[in-house]
Design a protein around this ligand. Structure first.
Ligand SMILES: Nc1ncnc2c1ncn2[C@@H]1O[C@H](COP(=O)(O)OP(=O)(O)O)[C@@H](O)[C@H]1O
Ligand SMILES: [Mg+2]
Length: 314
């Protein structure tokens, strides 16, 4: 049974204009998404830049106002409680940001940055707090003397590990990781992802892993949702998404994964051209006349796709 459900979440931003500065239109940043989280699992949220991934993450954690929809946590409606400080929900749901540089106060030492959630959510004595901070640094493979330093004294990968340490400080249930490795070198990406997986295995955490790249999430996720213009075009287990993609947009993201095997390069190019052609020819099957994504239809118990005639495939 899932510990958290998100139902029909919408975040619309008003666009103001005209002489009276009235609301002239809306940006449908998130437009009716539904998902649920099981303990210890990793969920991928994938789509191109601007499709509404960060807004989804921020709405869930309470940094963004929700237009409609609900969030149920451990059987309780928390939609309007997310902004309350010190609530169990705020302790149990944490976020890691892409830009670790701006998500940490540059004037604070690491010890203070890590102490912040501990002071907010627990009643530890100074001694217990010190021990917990050492423990957190050990968990993310950083030396103990790191706590005397400032964020700018670290590399991007190290800073991202400190972000993970801060997020796990109070034993959360769900961590929303918004493109946590997109700003890092390839070699460092793997290292940070490995840390995230080790921590998950040890503490039974769940992740909502946000990425614009289906290649990066391939080995991380149990389930994946593909997002386009604020809606899900496809949802399924990792296997279903990679082995049996149904939506043309999913095909498109898959064909965009860089290829490092020279033997199949030509084949992939032909495939990519075919996907582009299909994308132009078969629009109506996947989007309505306003370019809006159709409602999701079930293909299996776990696989959903937003298209007409879902049974027939494509
Ligand atoms: N505060 C805001 N006001 C108006 N529009 C916004 C605001 N924040 C984001 N948007 C718009 O919402 C859409 C989704 O943005 P975002 O969630 O950041 O996308 P992603 O993280 O997938 O790149 C974009 O079109 C963006 O321009
Ligand atoms: Mg984003």
């Amino acid at each position: 049974m899932s510990f958290m459900q998100i139902k029909d979440l919408c975040v619309h931003y008003p666009i103001r204009g005209g002489f009276f500065n009235t609301v002239v239109d809306q940006v449908y940043a998130v437009d009716g998404i539904t998902m649920e989280f099981d303990k210890g699992k990793t969920y991928g949220l994938v789509g191109e830049s601007g499709c509404g991934k960060s807004t989804t993450g921020k709405a869930i954690i309470g940094l963004e106002r929700i237009t409609s929809g609900s969030i149920i946590y451990e059987g309780e409606e928390v939609t309007n409680q997310r902004r309350k400080r010190n609530s169990a929900y705020n302790r149990d749901v944490q976020m890691i940001f892409q830009d670790s540089h701006s998500s940490m106060n540059p004037r604070k030492r690491v010890s203070d940055i890590l102490a912040e959630p501990i002071r907010n959510f627990t009643n530890m004595t100074p001694d217990e707090e010190r021990r917990r901070i050492n423990e957190l640094l050990a968990i993310v493979g950083m030396p103990e003397d790191a706590k005397h330093k400032y964020p700018h004294e670290f590399s991007g990968g190290q800073r991202q590990r400190l972000g993970i340490a801060r997020a796990v400080a109070c034993n959360p249930k769900l961590i929303i990781a918004d493109e946590p490795v997109s700003a890092l070198d390839l070699s460092v990406q793997a290292q940070v992802l490995n840390f995230m997986q080790d921590i998950q295995d040890e503490y039974g955490l769940s992740y909502l892993f946000i990425s614009h790249d289906l290649g990066v999430v391939k080995h991380m996720c149990d389930d994946i949702a593909i997002m386009y213009r604020g809606r899900f075009v496809e949802r399924g287990t990792s296997k279903e998404i990679y082995a049996d993609p149904r939506h043309i947009y999913t095909h498109r993201l898959l064909s965009a994964i860089p290829n490092i095997e020279p033997e199949t390069r030509l084949e992939r190019k032909v495939e990519r051209l075919q996907v582009e052609k299909d994308y132009k020819d078969k629009q109506h099957n996947y989007y309505d006349e306003n370019g809006k994504v159709h409602p999701l239809q079930p293909i299996t118990d776990t696989h959903f796709v937003a298209m007409l005639n879902a049974e027939g495939g494509n």
